[in-house]
Write a protein that binds this ligand. Structure first.
Ligand SMILES: Cc1ncc(C[n+]2csc(CCOP(=O)(O)OP(=O)(O)O)c2C)c(N)n1
Length: 343
């Protein structure tokens, strides 16, 4: 089915994308909404659990940015790769990492994706192409270039998607990775989640460009800036970039403009932006925006939306129960699987 009325979805800054029309089936619309609702529910519940002191370490929540992870990962297969950031729960869920294993990782339990040794900032599930959340800002782009090189050399047809923040956009590693991926025409899609802040620093303080997507010019690759609240816009841009990567035409850069609903980390007092600003951004909430777009096109009903939220809540509670039933790692395993150990 071809969706009508998509003029607002046409992406202005790259001729390659102009005029593209998004086609979504009801099954795809359900899948997209289900994934976004699962991320939102997971994050809101993790915020509560953290406040109750039930999760050790740091957590950085992804709520508000769901359309980016889901709009991109809906195109990916299990054999494709993603690299993530310290704010990685949404990427993990969108790529299909089981919720129970994620929650157990947050709880530091042995059933976690990394046996409870990584925590929120280091969830990885290589078997599902999730190459890792990453506590190093700008750590993901070189990994994505490496995964793209692997795919190219082995001829697997896989694509590597690199999620990174506007802060990470200023790291040298990001530029080195984009340049190398462009020179070697690697199947990599660089997705900058511009949520307007790096910790407490507004993007206008740290970024000389008015659009991070414009930096693609420096690597002679397509660059496009999209509304990161609009999952259809992200889906459309990502679809073009992923097809291009699979055709062997090299990398692309997508900037998705978005906003995180929570602080930089849980416990952040959020003194660097106003409640009014946040309220204005929430008017464009990705879930309600997509529910409306899909309803207008006869793809989703209010009953679907209600059922999906109930189901997401059930899945997250099951994940918590599964995590809590999982034992702590045995002390004698403290150094097993650990890449670098200080002795
Ligand atoms: C190499 C490095 N420098 C600094 C930090 C400290 N730090 C953690 S998160 C962060 C901001 C990252 O901002 P951005 O990339 O925009 O991601 P966001 O938190 O907005 O999702 C910084 C500077 C770090 N973890 N790694």
């Amino acid at each position: 089915m071809v969706l009508p009325n998509v003029s607002h979805l046409t992406i202005p800054s790259s001729p390659a994308y102009i005029g593209a029309v998004v086609e979504l089936s009801r099954a795809q619309a359900l899948e997209i909404y289900e994934r976004m609702a699962l991320i939102r529910t997971f994050e809101e519940r993790v915020a509560q659990l953290f406040a109750e002191g039930r999760i050790p370490g740091f957590v950085h929540l992804y709520a508000g940015e769901e359309a980016v992870a889901v709009g991109v990962c809906t195109h990916l297969n299990e054999g494709d790769y993603i690299t993530s950031t310290h704010r990685g729960h949404g990427h993990c869920i969108a790529k299909g990492v089981p919720l129970g294993e994620m929650m157990a990782e947050l709880f530091g339990r042995s059933g976690g994706s990394c046996k409870g040794k990584g925590g929120s900032m280091h969830i990885a599930d290589v078997s599902r192409g999730m190459l890792g959340a990453n506590g190093i800002v700008g750590g993901g782009p070189p990994l994505a270039a490496g995964a793209g090189l692997t795919a190219k050399v082995l001829g697997t047809g896989a694509v590597a998607v690199c999620f990174f923040g506007d802060g990470a956009a200023e790291q040298g590693t990001t530029h080195e990775a984009m340049n190398l991926a462009a020179i070697w025409k690697l199947p990599v899609v660089f997705v900058c989640e511009n949520n307007q802040f790096a910790e407490s620093t507004p993007v206008v303080y740290h970024c000389a460009a008015t659009s991070i997507a414009d930096r693609a010019v420096a690597y002679n690759i397509p660059g496009v800036s999209v509304d990161g609240y609009d999952v259809i816009a992200v889906y459309e841009a990502a679809g073009e970039a992923i097809v291009r990567a699979r055709r062997g035409e090299g990398p692309s850069l997508i900037e998705a403009r978005t906003w995180r609903y929570f602080g930089h980390f849980e416990g952040d007092q959020v003194t660097y932006r106003t409640a009014e600003q946040s309220a204005a951004h929430r008017e464009h909430d990705p879930l309600t925006t997509f529910a409306r777009q899909a309803a207008e096109r006869g793809l989703l009903t209010q009953e679907d939306v209600d059922r999906i939220h109930r189901d997401a809540a059930r899945q997250v509670e099951e994940a918590i129960a599964w995590a809590e039933a999982s034992p702590l790692p045995a002390p004698e395993e403290a150094l097993t699987d650990v890449y670098v150990a200080y002795r």
